[in-house]
Structure formats: C-alpha cells, structure tokens
Design a protein around this ligand. Structure first.
Ligand code: AMP
Ligand code: ZN
Length: 137
C-alpha cells in the first residue's frame, strides 16, 4: 500500500527505532509509548486488520510478539506485559496496518487498559451468546 505509514516503516523507507527485523516482520519502538520499551510488531506484508491477515502471518506475528515480550521483560524487569491488538476505529485502531503492541507494565503504573464489565448477563444469555459464536465458526 503506497500511502500506508507502517508499510513505509516496515520497508525502511521511513526511519524507525527498530529492535528486531526478519523477512516477514519489523518490530519498532512506539512513538508514543505507554511505558518505556513499548514495541509494535509490524508484518511487512500489508493487511488492514486481523480480518485481512492470513493465518500463517497471524501465527508468526504472535510468535514474534512472544520473542519481543521476553526481551522486553529481560531488558526492563517489568512486572507484567500487555499484548494488545486493535481492529477497527471502534476498538481503538488508529493505524490501518495490522500490528501487535507489546507493553511493559509495572505495579501501580498509570497505564489504563481495561476490559471492564459493562454488560449484565444471566446464565441463559451466556448460552445464547456461546451458541451464536459456535454457529459462526
Ligand atoms: P493503534 O491505535 O493500535 O492503531 O496503534 C497505533 C500506534 O502506532 C500508536 O500507539 C502510535 O503511537 C503508534 N505510531 C503511529 N505512528 C508511528 C510512527 N511513525 N512510529 C512509531 N509509532 C507510531
Ligand atoms: Zn501497510
């Protein structure tokens, strides 16, 4: 994609602080880090989001995220790590090229990544919800 900033970064046309690169991925420091060491795993092949991403690249991307998470934990001695991946504006995606965030976390840090309960579900609701997803697999 000629006008995609992450394609340009992945191909090295736009400079970045690269921490890892292979034939399929470039891993860079996020320009606006949640904490020091916040990395982005970027596939070199353009895919807008998880729906466009092929399964092989999806598997390899998570493997790369694990490798980076281990390095970040070793480098910063963080207490935890969030692996975050946004799809669609509604989910907070701001760059339309699939990427995985690797975010070091510390007890009591100021980072807010929440999956808070906002829906009240009774046991019958759970069964309906479960069956909707199973039917769509
Ligand atoms: P998302 O909101 O999940 O799409 O994440 C996009 C991330 O890309 C944000 O955390 C931005 O700070 C980061 N970002 C945007 N442009 C650049 C850039 N040129 N170099 C490094 N990180 C960037
Ligand atoms: Zn792209």
């Amino acid at each position: 994609m000629s006008d995609c900033i992450f394609c340009k970064i992945a191909e090295g046309e736009i400079p970045s602080n690269t921490v890892y690169e292979d034939d399929s991925f470039r891993v860079i420091l996020d320009l606006n880090p949640a904490n020091e060491g916040h990395c982005l795993v970027i596939p070199k092949k353009h895919a807008e989001d998880i729906f466009e991403l092929d399964s092989q690249t999806a598997a390899a991307a998570f493997k790369t995220a694990k490798k980076i998470a281990e390095a970040v934990k070793k480098a910063f001695g963080c207490d935890g790590i969030n692996i975050l991946q946004n799809n669609g504006e509604a989910a907070g995606q701001s760059v339309g090229h699939f990427h995985i965030h690797v975010i070091p976390r510390y007890h009591g840090d100021a980072v807010v990544i929440k999956s808070q309960a906002v829906k009240n579900m009774n046991p019958e609701d759970f069964v309906k919800t479960r069956d909707k997803i199973i039917k769509s697999l």
